[in-house]
Ligand binder design. Structure first.
Ligand SMILES: [Zn+2]
Length: 667
């Protein structure tokens, strides 16, 4: 048994969470935490909303609210999304709490006492129209590293580099696009990050074989370039106050403050448990392991800045930082600010959270960016989750329940290939989950399930049941045990449906009580409950229609090949009045119309019966193509064609909008 601290990056409380957050930050640690809990390890999983800083104040200004209103609103919304997705935090807190402020100030003091904090005068961008300094997101400009033209004062979203607003090329004020930015002197507290370069290089030099290559390489390259000291306060009135003379209008800088949340949330959790020292089991225990989960834009904060702060306080350094690459939406990056996203609350209003957990785990962006499309989502759910796994579980349980309603038992020695395969898969899945390779773990489960499908078809209990009922019972006990194993292996990924399967198997226990190793237990009798399918198949057409409405375009759809004006002139279209309406003697969808063109009368057969009634047609002025070659319809000759428009489910006759003589030409 070990203590595992699962730290999850803190989302800014300035918008709803989207699928990218789920795939990048929240689902991986949840699968990991659930696995370790099943293993019997002591897990503490914490995170919360990042309430402070300019992302919140900028949003508040845009929405005409106070920063606190905005932050609390999104904190509630996001806490709800996280819960509904089954993400099992021990505490999902936020940074606008007394507990967090207290811990943050104590860490600042500790770093100060240890000589790592220093007041310095720096030049910061100032907007002379708004009469204020422009921290972080209040200033935008071109990134000096990649030339992205909307880089912010604190970070470039394109290349991921952290920035100092002084480095921006052509800086602009977010408050006044016309303001000419000045750099004015102001005092701030600085963290001597540069002093930690060697400590960090040494820390990263060994025992990091389990780190993802992308994370370790990114960090080493960053360190090679050297570290610069960074301000830890900001000219802002939203955030944690600094108890220091002259700092009344300054607040703790959010990059410095939010990462402390891992520590403060652990302390806060212990306090909530009524065991105020309990957090020390994770933070002061030699054998504990700290994992930090996030998406790649957050890597430097968790492999350089936070470790430097931890090191400056003498606290424990991360054991692993399994940062994910990005999940793309239709091949471009999810973006809160550009509103290019599928929001979790919207998803949850329409679909089952477990389907999303399965899909995101199966394409998880661990080594490279992954791409979300609705087509792929539906295909994978229907063919893999349901076609391979769900159907197997349901087939076994429902067949067994139907044919052996009194229960089944078999004491025959179990010794077959499938058991061996289960053991091998169990080791593979365990190993992959330990190493934070979630996609690989899920793949191993799906391969095992596929092997189960093949074995079931070979054993064919539906044939055995007629020929040899006892042999059939033995087979089914075997496959019920197999289903039980699968549901345990699947439970970190799909906790709800796994427990549901467990219930159908007639077990009156929770998977979490029996633990991970129960995947290899063998039970020789079963009394099943009436099973239901674990999942419902998705309808591709319905979903695509709902999620991807046709794009509006200026182009007309299905335009026919071009014709010349001479071609058009060949058509002779005239106005005429319907004089007589008769039913076609041999076709109940056809009318016979006699149309008067100012003397001459032509008989026209039309398919408008059922659409236009007798009385609606009689006396109507209509447009008719009169030089169309005559054609026979069920024995009646038609000498022209009336013109009608046809839309979706509507047919509408063309008629002149003024009174005009019969026989008039249409040009
Ligand atoms: Zn850049």
């Amino acid at each position: 048994m070990k203590h595992v601290l699962v730290c999850v990056a803190w989302p800014y409380a300035n918008g709803p969470l989207h699928l990218g957050h789920m795939a990048g930050c929240y689902l991986p640690p949840d699968i990991f935490a659930r696995y370790h809990r099943l293993k019997g390890n002591k897990v503490l999983m914490v995170s919360g909303s990042d309430m402070h800083g300019t992302p919140i104040t900028v949003t508040a200004q845009q929405e005409g609210k106070t920063p606190e209103q905005v932050a609390m609103e999104y904190h509630k919304l996001n806490s709800d999304s996280i819960e509904r997705m089954g993400i099992s935090f021990d505490l999902f807190s936020h940074t606008h709490t007394e507990e967090h402020a207290e811990v943050a100030l104590s860490i600042l003091k500790k770093l100060d006492d240890n000589g790592y904090i220093e007041p310095r005068i720096s030049e910061e961008p100032y907007d002379p129209i708004a009469n204020q300094f422009l921290p972080d997101r209040y200033v935008e400009g071109t990134c000096p590293h990649c030339n992205y033209d909307s880089a912010r004062g604190d970070q470039c979203d394109d290349c991921g580099k952290t920035l100092d607003s002084k480095e921006l090329i052509n800086p602009r004020s977010k408050l006044n696009p016309d303001a000419k930015i000045e750099f004015r002197e102001t005092e701030h507290l600085f963290f001597k990050l540069s002093e930690f370069r060697d400590v960090l290089l040494e820390w990263l030099s060994e025992g990091k074989e389990h780190w993802r290559p992308s994370v370790i390489n990114f960090t080493r390259n960053w360190l090679k370039e050297g570290l610069i000291d960074r301000a830890v306060t900001r000219d802002l009135d939203w955030g944690i106050e600094i108890p220091r003379e002259g700092y009344e209008n300054k607040r703790m800088y959010v990059w410095f403050e939010a990462v402390m949340g891992y520590y403060s949330a652990s302390v806060h959790w212990a306090k909530n448990q009524g065991k105020p020292d309990e957090w020390k089991k994770w933070w002061e225990n030699e054998d504990s392991e700290h994992y930090y989960f996030m998406a790649k834009d957050n890597i430097p904060f968790h492999t350089i800045i936070w470790p430097a702060m931890l090191s400056g306080c003498g606290y424990k350094l991360p054991y692993d930082v399994p940062a994910n690459e990005y999940l793309l939406l239709d091949s471009s990056q999810f973006s809160k600010s550009r509103r290019h996203a599928i929001w979790i609350p919207d998803y949850l209003d329409r679909y089952d959270p477990e389907l999303l957990r399965f899909y995101l785990a199966s394409i998880m962006p661990e080594q490279k960016d992954a791409n979300f499309t609705w087509e792929d989502y539906v295909t994978r759910i229907n063919t893999e989750l349901i076609g391979n796994y769900g159907n197997l579980m349901y087939r076994v349980m429902s067949f067994a329940n139907k044919n052996f309603p009194e229960g089944l038992s078999s004491k025959n020695p179990v010794n077959n290939e499938l058991n061996e395969k289960t053991k091998i898969a169990f080791d593979k899945v365990s190993e992959a989950l330990e190493a934070c390779k979630f996609k690989k773990a899920l793949q191993a489960i799906m391969e095992l399930s596929q092997a189960g499908n093949i074995a079931l078809n070979d054993a064919a209990p539906w044939k055995q049941v007629k020929a040899d009922r006892e042999a059939c019972e033995t087979t089914l006990v075997q496959f019920l045990n197999f289903s039980s194993s699968l549901s345990v292996l699947m439970s970190p990924f799909l906790p709800e449906s796994s427990q549901k399967a467990w219930d159908f198997l007639g077990k009156d226990s929770k998977i979490e009580d029996l633990g991970w190793n129960s995947a290899l237990d063998f039970q020789d009798s079963f009394e099943l409950k009436q099973p239901l399918p674990l999942f419902t198949k998705l309808n591709m057409e319905e979903i695509l229609e709902k999620e991807m409405p046709p794009e509006e375009t200026n182009e007309l759809a299905n335009v026919k090949p071009e014709v010349t004006f001479d071609d058009f002139k060949k058509l002779d279209i005239r106005i005429g009045t319907v004089e007589k309406v008769q039913e076609h003697p041999n076709a109940d969808k056809l009318w016979l119309l006699d149309v008067n063109f100012g003397g001459p009368v032509k008989r026209i057969v039309t398919g408008l019966r059922g659409i236009y009634e007798h009385k609606d047609l009689l006396g109507k002025k209509i447009a008719v193509l009169v030089n169309l070659a005559p054609a026979k319809f069920r024995g009646e000759q038609s000498n022209g064609m009336l013109l009608a428009a046809e839309g979706e489910g509507v047919v509408s006759l063309l008629e002149p909008d003024k009174d005009i003589e019969d026989g008039s030409e249409v040009h």
